[in-house]
Write a protein that binds this ligand. Sequence first.
Ligand SMILES: [Zn+2]
Length: 343
Amino acid sequence: MTIDAPAAGPGGPWPVAALDLGGTKIAGALVEADGTLLRPVRRPTPRLGTAEQIAAAVTEVLELLAGDPRWPDAAAVGIGSAGPVDRERGTVSPVNIPAWRDYPLAEHVRRVTGRPVTLAGDGVAVAAAEHWLGAAAGFDNALCIVVSTGVGGGLVLGGRLHLGRTGNAGHIGHISVDQLGPRCPCGGRGCVELYTSGTSIARWYREQGGAERDAAAIGVAARHGEPLAVAAYDRAARALAAGIAATATLVEIEVAVIGGGVAQSGEVLMEPLRRHLGEYAALPFAADVRVLPAKLGTEAGLVGAAALVAGPAPTPLPGQATDAAGAPTEVRGATLAEALQVE
Ligand SMILES: [Zn+2]
């Protein structure tokens, strides 16, 4: 079905409709100018379903959003999707959703909603959220990392979200930190994700003779000083530190923000991360990179998906009107999306 196109007339660029599409859930919300989520909804992703079944679940989330009284004001849709994505072609090929390869998600959402769509990888969306309202706010150069089932991320460079050519820039999980390491499902070798993801922590712990536990439970054991659990987190932190150091050396980030379920383990991850970072980020311009926990929780994907469309642009485009505070005015989705994409 097609949801009614937005009503003409005033209303400004907010709220924005946001979608966060991952291997386990499809979340949606209308997002207000201050990042508040109106009517957040979620449905499980029929991850192993056909392309049509997965698309139908997306449609269902959009229809739930369209039931909100504010829906007519939402002039655009921002999507953060498990990647890889291709923002120019509007397609997604999430590693964990086999039936979607080069699936035209942007076109599907555009057709269902009658609204313009901006698409980027979920790590990029989280970076947009943390830069807007979270731990990366106020930093012009930041790497935001999500450590959960996998490891993703996004970059802020020169005060702007850096999407990259296809919308996947900052995907630190697939930087190689061991050139002769094991094969990664991405096709590479020795990727950060093979050491740092929750799945990898649990697998290594089990292979070393530990019990069948998930990364959160291993984190609790590490906090209580169990040597194997401490070692599992140390190994995860070391690989992540090497990836952060490479990024800091390459583009001079000031801060690395760490979020996601595994980061909930807190100092169990952060302490060895800071320690190992000292070992890998050796040059003075990289050595002072700060590591901070993310401020936003599971809502970061939706907040960031909205930010992809509607702001905040840290600097106006040439010739663009600004308010007293220097923020761009007269901004609607496409224009501000362009601003975010400029790097
Ligand atoms: Zn990989």
